[in-house]
Design a protein around this ligand. Structure first.
Ligand SMILES: [Cu+2]
Length: 192
């Protein structure tokens, strides 16, 4: 028995030397860490499986936040056009709207803005009045009550983002109120 222990001891020492001590120790430490993080993941999975309701309500909350914010990008170009003539959002959502002027012309030559008007606003009439409001991004102060949301006026290569609450259900007009643009640059903003 004693002889066996002694022999085992010698073999162990020889192995230790052969493996070069530190190297094998590091290896076993790494292995231990891997095992540990794997165990943690297994533990978490187990906890999730045990309380499906808790994790479900977390998911619902995340989904709701995503649904509440609608991101829309609309482009205006040098041909005096928007790339969208309709937008649809759900009532109660927050709209994050980005206007991009994808053209090269200047703000004075081919400025674009995006203006959402209240229901029943005559867009041609609004456009005519807007022409005189160059110093206020083509939003005439006397008509401010007809504007639900608007961006500033952009020149080629610029972009801007505005955030606003969707108005009540219905169909609204959006336009570019730069002089002469409303006839071509307009569309429907539908709240469902
Ligand atoms: Cu325009």
């Amino acid at each position: 028995m004693r002889l066996l222990k002694l022999t085992f001891g010698i073999i162990s020492i020889s192995l230790f030397i052969a493996c070069g001590g530190n190297g094998s120790q590091e290896e076993s430490t790494t292995k231990e860490k891997t095992m540990t993080s794997k165990e943690i993941m297994q533990q978490k999975a187990k906890e999730r499986a045990e309380s499906p309701e808790a994790s479900k309500s977390e998911e619902d909350a995340a989904n709701k936040n995503e649904q509440d914010v609608v991101e829309i990008t609309i482009e205006g170009n040098d041909q005096m056009r928007f790339n969208l003539d309709e937008m649809k959002v759900k009532a109660g959502s927050t709209v994050k709207l980005t206007l991009k002027h994808v053209g090269k012309m200047t703000k004075q030559q081919m400025g674009h803005n995006w203006v959402l008007l209240t229901k029943g606003t005559d867009i041609m009439e609004f456009g005519q009045k807007a022409a005189g409001a160059a110093d206020n991004d083509y939003i005439p102060e006397a008509e401010a009550s007809k504007v639900i949301a608007n961006t500033k006026t952009l020149g080629g290569g610029e972009e801007t983002t505005i955030t606003f609450e969707a108005p009540e259900k219905g169909t609204y007009d959006f336009i570019c109120s730069f002089p002469g643009h409303v006839a071509l640059m307009k569309g429907k903003f539908i709240v469902q």
